[in-house]
Design a protein around this ligand. Structure first.
Ligand code: HEM
Length: 372
């Protein structure tokens, strides 16, 4: 199945509305309508109290808001809803979600290189990479890419495919928030594609359309080191972390109908390795001769690519030092990549929201087979 037919199938799929669904849906849409309007502080308390009662009453829908106080109020409503349903998810439940995602990643048929892993990792990264440390807005907390205009930002082209895959999982595990689901998919993608264990914990809550982030917060592939620093320093990362993060481009490929660019960075786009760094240093990179945007091609085979933003990592002395370190030592890359991905996926989530003080390690499919 190709990308287009996948997204078409997802967009035309309709779930029949049973009466139970209709009542849940109408409750949800009436709340959503209200909550996506400009915040009205004075009336919110009453609203959340009502919502909390409704939740205790057994509707069991998780409803969240964006302000910290409101989030706390609503969170206690959620806790009540969970106890009303006699269900509080544990690590075992999150492992079940992980396992389902892992199954989906492999169930990609002839899509791209036979795996949904890379596009799911891109979804998780784009949901978290909107964070601004000054205003404390954006990040993985609210999963605002579900809403326009963020869903339509150019940087997010192609991601409806990943969000549709996530919807399938969400149907089975309604209790999980979108932010938790998407970041867990990023963790699963890395672990299932041979990468290191990524510490992860749940606690993100769903935001609303009013929480969407402005366009321009994600990196522009046509630019160089100054731009990369401006974008990633804004999220709170340093030079070493920027280089470690970019190592994710060992995975996946560019698509002319999404970013305009074309091709994979490495010869093994569904296995995480430090090859991205090795290739950056060892290959001779020349401008690709084509009608598309400016990108590099490896001189030897002409089948691999580097974006101008990737190539900036060997043009800049401070960045290059880390490229060399990661090219020479895959274990070092894996250690730093794990730490920086865990940090990325937690951006924008207030400390009080975490359900566990320490992040967890979820088992990969391989771990589970080996322990049998
Ligand atoms: C350093 C700045 C970055 C730039 C300029 C950049 C740009 C891009 C572009 C243009 C694409 C191609 C999209 C498409 O056509 O489908 C892409 C794909 C991808 N990016 Fe990045 N990216 C950056 C950082 C990151 C980071 C930090 C991660 C993850 C930690 C990441 C993970 C990925 C993955 C996995 C893909 C492949 C998606 C697929 O195969 O569908 N990127 N990136």
């Amino acid at each position: 199945m190709n990308a287009l037919s996948y997204s078409l199938r997802a967009s035309v799929r309709r779930t029949p509305l049973t009466s139970a669904r209709i009542s849940k849906a109408s409750f949800r849409s009436s709340f959503r309508k209200y909550s996506t309007e400009a915040p009205q502080k004075s009336s919110n308390t009453a609203l959340y109290a009502t919502v909390g009662l409704a939740l205790v009453g057994g509707l069991g829908y998780y409803v969240y808001s964006s302000s910290d106080t409101a989030a706390t109020t609503v969170k206690s409503g959620t806790q009540s809803a969970k106890s009303a349903l006699k269900f509080t998810p544990t690590k075992v439940d999150y492992q079940k979600v992980y396992n389902k995602i892992a199954q989906k990643i492999d169930d990609a048929g002839d899509y791209d290189d036979g795996s949904f892993g890379p596009i799911l990792l891109r979804l998780a990264w784009h949901s978290a990479g909107t964070y601004d440390k000054e205003t404390k807005t954006g990040g993985s907390n609210y999963a605002t890419m579900r809403f326009a205009p963020e869903s339509l930002h150019d940087a997010n082209n192609g991601l409806p495919i990943a969000r549709a895959i996530m919807e399938d999982i969400k149907k089975e595990f309604e209790w999980i928030s979108y932010g938790d689901l998407w970041t867990l998919a990023g963790v699963a993608a890395i672990q299932e594609m041979g990468g290191p264990k990524i510490p992860w914990r749940p606690g993100r809550i769903d935001g609303f359309a009013k929480d969407v982030t402005p366009d321009g917060r994600l990196p522009d592939a046509s630019q160089g080191q100054d731009h990369l620093r401006a974008i990633f320093y804004r999220m709170g990362f340093n030079d070493q972390e920027i280089v470690a993060l970019a190592g994710a481009h060992a995975l996946g490929r560019c698509h002319p109908d999404r970013s305009g660019y074309e091709g994979p960075w490495t010869f093994s786009p569904t296995t995480l390795t430090n090859d991205y760094f090795k290739l950056l240093l060892d290959e001779k990179w020349v401008w690709k001769k084509w009608n598309g945007p400016k990108q590099y091609a490896d001189k030897k085979t002409g089948t691999l690519m580097m974006l101008p933003a990737d190539y900036a990592l060997v043009q800049d002395k401070a960045f290059k030092k880390h490229v060399q370190a990661y090219a020479a030592d895959e274990a070092l890359f894996f250690k730093d990549f794990s730490a920086v991905i865990a940090k990325l996926f937690e951006l924008g989530v207030p400390e009080t929201q975490w359900v566990s003080s320490e992040p967890w390690t979820l088992l990969s499919t391989n771990d589970q087979h080996e322990s049998k």
